[in-house]
Design a binder for this molecule. Sequence first.
Ligand SMILES: [Zn+2]
Length: 359
Amino acid sequence: MNVTASPIASAFSATYREARAKFLATASAAGLQATSILHPLQGPEGEELALDLVRDGPPEAERVLILSSACHGVEGFCGSGVQVTLLQDAAWRAECARTGTAVVYAHGLNPWGFAWLRRMTNENVDLNRNFHDFGGPLPENAGYAQLAEHIVPAQWPQAESDREMLEAYARANGPMALQQAITGGQHSHPQGLFFGGNAPTWSQGAMRRMLREQAGRCKTLGWIDFHTGLGPRGHGERILAGPPETGPRARHIWGHMTSPDDGTSTSAPLTGNLWVMVAQEVPQAEYTGMALEYGVVPLQQTLDALRGDQWLHNHPEASQEQRARIKRELLDAFYGDDDAWKTAIVEQGREAAMAYLRA
Ligand SMILES: [Zn+2]
């Protein structure tokens, strides 16, 4: 840890291993126990991977608030920093106790992606596109199928023609149609981007268990899932993460919210959202949730970083130099590693969490 770092900056980490150790040590210092759901694989340094759960509040609490990090692996540096900061925040914890709210800090929903610097799970699946009934028909994404060989080309850096094909699609159909084709979720290209999978991932199973164990008896359930990669740098967009009928309740708690489904969000409409499982696993709970989505770099830079990283995943023979460059670009796209960004995301994260307590 850098001794000259500000208190907020020191809550953030440079690797999954550091983030996990910091999270567990901070919880322990706060007198809280962690429950770990271990992942079957290991991290790049041979380290253990886990979804770590820390509950601050009694098991019988009627009101539960989940604060979760790393749904999208490499995005976890953001949420982990907010979690560690709040665990150190005595005023926040006192307010949770006063309002009878049990807070569940869920560290590393996709710990494999967090550790290996991937947005996807070890199954190459986008966890927030993975919640489907796999016994039934899966959604089709014709735009992805049309552009697949240009989204993740055979060679990286991409050829000019790859960029031109994507730009031509955006000119013909609009920029949001291109974004939806790439990011909306697809089930046809297992080695492609934003793949929703053909089966439930390990992380899906771990999260279902978390819900049953941590929210199986509560009456109301709030959930703030921390994400990065869309919108202006340092700005937290409050995106509704629940069925449309939860919108009024969410807006009562959090004020202005956007939704991918009505065109108000920087996110394209998605299929297979993780909130689908809430009604399945804890139907007794009145659920209100959001994705708090922080911007880092411009969208095209983010998408290019993801395209390069998918190419790298498909080409393990790539040189060490190219691997390092692609991973650096990916990290830069999902982690605003400076004091101003960290301060901005912690302030907005704390405010959103406090708003849930006040409602
Ligand atoms: Zn995300």
